[in-house]
Design a protein around this ligand. Sequence first.
Ligand SMILES: [Ca+2]
Length: 257
Amino acid sequence: MRFPVFRSLLGLAATALLLSSCIGEAREPRRLTYELVSSTPHDPFASTQGLLLHEGVYYESTGGYGKSTLRRVEPASGKVLQIRDLPPTAFGEGLALRGDRLYQLEWKSGKGFLYDRETFERVGDFRYEGEGWGLAWDGSRFILSDGTDRLRFLDPETFAVVRTVNVRDHLGPVDQLNELEFIEGKVYANRWHTDEIVVIDPGSGHVEAVLNLAALERPRPSDPEAVLNGIAWDPGTRLLHVTGKRWTRVHLLRIGE
Ligand SMILES: [Ca+2]
């Protein structure tokens, strides 16, 4: 009797393995390492919600009602070169650059702001369903996070949802996805209230790697809202620039395996 039981167990295991490979089960993510190359000043009053680097300057979106802004910042000094206040009823969120236009999300209104990159003149609005947290541009579509485990890919003209993907690791859904950056074919996402950046395959939604930044110097360790929340990429130096809400520094990291 024991042999048939063993055979049927073996059969069940083989079936489970086949099923898991068919549905594309996520593997355990790799743990990335980093070298802290340098740290530069960051405005400690800036509640960073979106950060990107373009032609040697940062573009930054900050949040908070009555405090939200769009900024151009000199990286080495942290000096704010240009600033535009949002209406007091708006809470700035993710930020992306497409051509010479900056796209800034608003948290809850479902309406984002469109600006001329050079002048910061507001040249239009765009609409999306639900909350807006993080935004990135992959070269053909916007990628939007909303605090869940879902990423939405949006048509750049209509902002219609082209596709969605649910983000998973080997343990299940990975939610609280916040600030985003599209880097060399992958989506990098801060997870809200964690020290982690996850590296997501945009096709499958699988988390391929995790970067834990708990060891970075934090300006307000006792403030639960002063969290990691800013990812920018310099394709020239291949350094990852990270900061957080009301952090005093931006850290430049060289990422390793
Ligand atoms: Ca970013």
